[in-house]
Design a protein around this ligand. Structure first.
Ligand SMILES: [Zn+2]
Length: 73
């Protein structure tokens, strides 16, 4: 049986801030879950435990202060 876990559509997840991929949920050895980028383990992943899409979203949503457009002189 496939073990892929799909994020329910009722849960809004933002794409990876680094590469733009939608996150996946992975079950790890001790029965906990992480939400991670499918492309790289070096991109953000949540702390192992319950499926924490909110933590993923918080981390991958740039804050206003981080998003200052460049100004051409
Ligand atoms: Zn990524």
């Amino acid at each position: 049986m496939p073990a892929d876990i799909v994020i329910p559509q009722s849960v809004t997840s933002v794409p990876c801030m680094i590469c733009g991929a939608q996150p996946i949920i992975v079950r790890i050895e001790d029965g906990n879950y992480i939400v991670k980028c499918p492309n790289s383990d070096e991109h953000y992943h949540t702390t192992p435990g319950l499926i924490d899409v909110e933590a993923w979203n918080r981390h991958n949503t740039p804050s206003e202060s981080d998003h200052i457009p460049p100004i051409a002189c």
